[in-house]
Design a protein around this ligand. Sequence first.
Ligand SMILES: [Zn+2]
Length: 485
Amino acid sequence: MSACQTQEVSTTTYSESRSSWQDQNRQRRFSAEMTLSDAEKALDKRLDDMRSKLLQSYRDNNFYPTARNFYHVKSEIEQTELFQTFQKMPKGGLLHAHDLALGSAWYIVDDAIAREHCYVYWAEEGEQYIKGQLHFFAENDVPEGFQSVREMAQNEPDFRQQLHDLLTFDAWTTPDSINIWKEFEPMFQRRLGYINYKAVFEDYYYAAFDSLLKDNIQHVELRSIISPSIYDLEHEGGYYPRDSMVNFFRKSLRRIQQKAPQFSLKLIYTGLRFLPRPIICADLVAAFRTKKANPDLVVGYDLVGEEDGGYPTLYHLDCWDNMDSLSREYGVDMPLFLHDGESNWHDNTNLYDALLLRTQRIGHGINLFRFPYLEEKVMENDICLEICPLSNQILKYTPDLRIHPGLAYLSKGIPISISSDDPSVFGYEGLSYDYWTVYMAWGLDLRDMKQISKNGILYGALSEAEKKKALASWEEAWGAFVQSF
Ligand SMILES: [Zn+2]
């Protein structure tokens, strides 16, 4: 055998080994079971070509969007054919979003201008109010510092834009040096008095659900602070009882279902992790009561707020310990959907508690990679991670989305879904920006995207019958999407 022949055999063996290793890697992926039809394979190729062209031009220009501040690249993303294709793609379920941060911020601005009795705090920040805080008041009962939104819009030419800026993030509010949560939490304070006004609530959520439909999302699960906070100016006492909020959600849902019968909604009752234990324990009791009264809509419980700024999940152990007896008392279970692992700190160990407490899904789980044993538990129990790529970038956890741990999770076979978390605060709607981002940043293919889309329903908190129906609608929409090319 000549030296030349030896080299040839060796090269073939090397190449076979390499290809076999690539297959082995593929078989571990979360989408390993997903198969594509010929039409889907053609679409896969088409998407890949679009990405290759974009990558070439980004590399030539030393400009890579998913490693840059979202607000500096948003308009670039919008102009791409790939983004327009993802807008059309059925995106199953949006499993992680917060009610006050859904829909369009421009809708809030324009609707606030159009409504009677709507006021905005437009003065130096005080103890109680912050600039841009919206609220409805009777004419003779307006606190100092509040101005009529309608009059402000008439008298200040730039008011509309200024109010929008106060309700959303932009490149200016997200430089590296500030604690972003200090900017983030006031966004909710500004919106609350507008959204929870009775005459607004139903219309706002109808419009928000409609914006999801336009982005081809058929199912949504909202983290909601279900509380007696809906108010009006007509009835004595002003506020409606806790269950009314669920009923108003139900009304918005029924309205949108007249237009799109396949659209579905579930609510995850949400407490604030920075509140003291006795308040959370009492809140959990209220959650059981609310779920018992509304088994069609309320599906579980979660705690929200900055993890590293609030109490750890373990701090509330007494409340979690009480859950079995509450379950017996109320005759309903209370699955947990815990926001945990949304942290870059080594000493954040909330994921131990999320898993010991048998969470149904994990909100974020960014730092799961620090705990290999917990990764095994997540896989063993088929727990879906609700990955929110743009939220993680905007809130400073993962500035370069190419190395977001979500890619490692899905590569190991951990189920993930993609969510937008607080899109209205981040200045966008729907899920297409997040889909574009993971497709570009993680080198995914159509099997992965299809799996992500389907996981939004597979891991949704739907009954078996609801899931069957939802999957049938999703299959039909997916088929139509593929055929449209
Ligand atoms: Zn969240």
